[in-house]
Design a protein. Structure first.
Length: 55
């Protein structure tokens, strides 16, 4: 099996990096938003403790 990966232009890469950084800034804006992200994605429980699969 062969995987073909299309090469992205520098502009596309810069755009994606900007979008990722913007999302990171939003998540890290406050401790509350960071906890909400971690909870939503299953990294921590409702009690803000590390989820069992990450212990």
């Amino acid at each position: 099996m062969v995987a073909v990966i299309a090469k992205r232009s520098a502009a596309e890469v810069r755009s994606e990096v900007r979008a990722i950084k913007k999302a990171g800034d939003q998540i890290n804006k406050s401790p509350r938003s960071a906890r909400a992200f971690l909870r939503k994605n299953g990294f921590i429980t409702k009690d803000n403790k590390v989820a069992s699969q990450y212990r």
